[in-house]
Design a protein around this ligand. Structure first.
Ligand SMILES: [Zn+2]
Length: 220
């Protein structure tokens, strides 16, 4: 079976930057599984996988506009240091916050006096991504997978924990579907920032939820 819309695909991958540094790899985590054609992963990678069969390997070059977008200064904002209350902000600290663009992962970029600069860009914004991929398996998606927009593996929907990176909560996919907002793994109670489904430790290639291996509380 070839990778096409409405197939569930498992890939192993290594992601490098322009300098050849490894940014992420499926490695010990095992293959990343996603629903093809459902915006589970970044567009450039999805295009690269399209039409392949199990066993195929390929190098896929993803420009920023097909990856995490160009870096935008508009996503920088200044907040007073006292907005952090009792917490002490530190450069590099990341957290989820509601913004005028929805829920975003914000990184503290700079602290000057009483002013803290927050950066809402994805950490890979503006970067060209070099993927080396191997297609592990391709299968037809189940009906419930199609209706949910993500694969169901290892214990039902997202059973194993993990829901793509932070922006998934605002852009669709596992973290923004009904089950999430009603108390799924991305609910406020569980605190994405505490390492729940929206944790930034998830595979970076899973742009929008994906839930290939992970946790969003729907019971199907
Ligand atoms: Zn589901």
């Amino acid at each position: 079976m070839r990778v096409a819309k409405e197939t569930v695909v498992a890939i192993e991958y290594t992601l490098k930057d322009d300098q050849g540094n490894i940014i992420d790899a499926s490695g010990d985590r095992g293959p990343m599984e996603y629903l093809h054609g459902a915006q589970n992963i970044i567009p450039g990678l999805e295009q690269g996988v399209d039409g392949l069969v199990a066993g195929d390997t390929k190098s896929v070059l993803v420009p920023p506009q097909l990856g995490y977008g160009e870096y935008s200064d508009k996503l920088l904002q200044l907040v007073p240091i006292n907005a952090f209350g009792a917490n002490t902000p530190q450069v590099g600290m990341r957290f989820h916050a509601e913004t005028n663009l929805g829920m975003r992962v914000l990184t503290i970029k700079k602290i000057e006096g009483e002013e803290v600069t927050l950066d809402g860009n994805h950490e890979l914004a503006g970067k060209t991504l070099h993927f080396d991929i191997k297609v592990v398996s391709v299968r037809a998606a189940e009906l419930t997978e199609l209706s949910h927009g993500h694969p169901h593996q290892s214990g039902g929907c997202c059973g194993g924990g993990g829901c793509g990176s932070g922006e998934s909560s605002s852009e669709g996919g596992c973290c923004s579907t009904g089950e999430a907002s009603q108390g799924g793994c991305c609910s406020a109670e569980e605190g994405a920032a505490a390492g729940g489904c929206c944790s930034t430790e998830q595979p970076v290639a899973q742009k929008q939820g994906g839930c290939g291996s992970g946790g969003c509380g729907c019971s199907a």
